[in-house]
Design a protein around this ligand. Structure first.
Ligand code: FAD
Length: 416
């Protein structure tokens, strides 16, 4: 597939911004989107002495959502970005991953996390509230003089020429810089304008999320572990967050509801009506959730190109993944490290630095997207296939089950 046709100077306001700025070397890297990926990219660039300008559509940093799991490949990056210490008081570090049959409640496997994971990979497996992760990144961004932030800026126009990029919003406000990183999420406008007009497709499943005060729950749910309950065509995951004060829960179910809103309130009876019959403790946990937010899950094949001259995509904008491997945000963190490394290594040739970034990231994110799809299929098996899965889970040594993910959690930026 070829890239959509684009006259690089057709957008007047963005082109005018380029005209006003003639020094491509000292200009900032523009970053469209101040989510987890955009902020991490700004920090990774700053740590290499490169200034950036984050352009965020919303009026302030505010991150919706519930729980997020951050594997060692992500916590290692948070440490390198200088964010881990600020986040640490808010995280959980579960000791185990308990996999249960959702109907009977029987534990099928109990895999090691905690110290085992930290020693194996030199970095811990954390679980956190998404808001706390985003706030730790935002706090680091606020105290970094090399990063500027503009809110209420919805990138709507792009132009590029002579090693400079200009962007403008619909009101004509414009900025220019030496490169543009599109970190504008799964519904990326930049991807649509510059790389691939295809829209993400609804997967037929939604994730409903809730956060519950742990003190209100029975002792079974106060344990320091991540639990996953498996059903035919559904699963539930929960883990303690906010330093053990709250339990984050996500229920993934077949659904008809198609929406791009990732935080639409959903009445508790919707979960109860649509959940398969489940073990009594889980049923009680679901009933204890005070409110739910629903995110219709979408997929999109990774576009063939994610760079065009001095412009590149990052995070969900480049490669949205289904959340069955809990790695979408971590992939955005990995992207941030690699794009900053490449730009620092080739400051005089931004276009080839970005090409090299995309070439390095493509095999990795494709492997994670495939593994995520596969995980989802395995979680949601039914009948004889589910019984075979359960047999394997019961009879494989738990450490061997977890060691199968060494390729994922052992990643470091210098391997890229
Ligand atoms: C139920 C669920 C659970 C998940 N759990 C995990 C997990 O446990 N671990 C994990 O690693 N990942 C998880 N993920 C995935 C993770 O949430 C995403 O991969 C991650 O948020 C991607 O970050 P991003 O910065 O690329 O995009 P986003 O977080 O979507 O940020 C995009 C930003 O760009 C801004 N923006 C959009 N358009 C424009 C524009 N035109 N101009 C300016 N700004 C713009 C937006 O306002 C936003 O701030 C989960 C996802 C789901 C659905």
């Amino acid at each position: 597939m070829s890239l959509p046709l684009l006259d690089p100077l057709a957008n007047e306001n963005a082109a005018a911004a380029i005209g006003r700025c003639r020094d491509s070397k000292s200009g900032p890297v523009l970053i469209a989107g101040g989510g987890i990926g955009g902020l991490a990219a700004a920090l990774a660039l700053a740590r290499r002495g490169i200034p950036s300008h984050v352009l965020e559509r919303r009026g302030a940093f505010s991150e919706d959502g519930a729980g997020i799991q951050i594997g060692p490949n992500g916590t290692r990056i948070l440490r390198e970005l200088g964010v881990a210490e600020a986040l640490r008081p808010h995280v959980g570090e579960p000791e185990a991953l308990s996999v249960r049959d959702g109907r009977s409640g029987i534990e099928l496997a109990r895999m090691p996390l905690g110290r085992w994971m930290a020693e194996r990979h030199g970095a811990p497996y954390w679980v956190a509230h998404r808001r706390d992760l985003h706030e730790a990144l935002a706090q680091a961004v606020r105290s970094e003089p090399l990063i500027a932030v503009s809110f209420d800026f919805d990138v709507s126009e792009v132009a590029y020429a002579d090693g400079l990029v200009g962007v403008a919003d619909a009101t004509g406000v414009a900025w220019s810089g030496r490169a543009l990183i599109g970190a504008d999420g799964v519904w990326s406008k930049l991807r649509g304008m510059l790389f691939d007009p295809a829209k993400p497709q609804f997967s037929g499943k939604s994730a409903a999320r809730s956060v519950i005060p742990i003190a209100d729950l029975p002792a079974d749910f106060q344990r320091n572990e991540t639990t996953i309950w498996l059903f035919a065509d559904a699963h539930v995951v929960h883990y303690p967050i906010c330093g053990g004060r709250e339990l984050a829960m996500v229920v993934v179910l077949g659904d008809q509801h198609q929406s791009s809103d990732w935080s639409a309130p959903v009445p508790p009876f919707w979960i109860q009506q649509n959940m398969p019959q489940c073990a009594a403790p889980l049923q009680a946990l679901i009933l204890a959730a005070p409110s739910w937010k629903r995110w219709a899950l979408h997929t999109l094949p990774t576009p063939q190109e994610w760079t065009r001259g001095p412009i590149a995509l990052l995070g969900d904008a480049a490669h949205p993944v289904l959340p069955f491997f809990a790695q979408g945000a971590v992939m955005a963190l990995e992207d941030a490290m690699v794009v900053a490394d490449r730009l620092a290594a080739r400051p005089e040739d931004v276009a080839s630095a970005l090409l090299s970034y995309a070439g390095l990231r493509r095999p990795r994110v494709s492997a994670v997207a495939r593994a995520s799809q596969r995980n989802g299929s395995i979680y949601h098996l039914s009948g004889a296939a589910a019984r075979a899965r359960n047999f394997v889970l019961r009879h494989t040594p738990p450490q061997r089950l977890m060691a199968r993910y060494d390729w994922l959690y052992g990643w470091t930026a210098d391997q890229a």
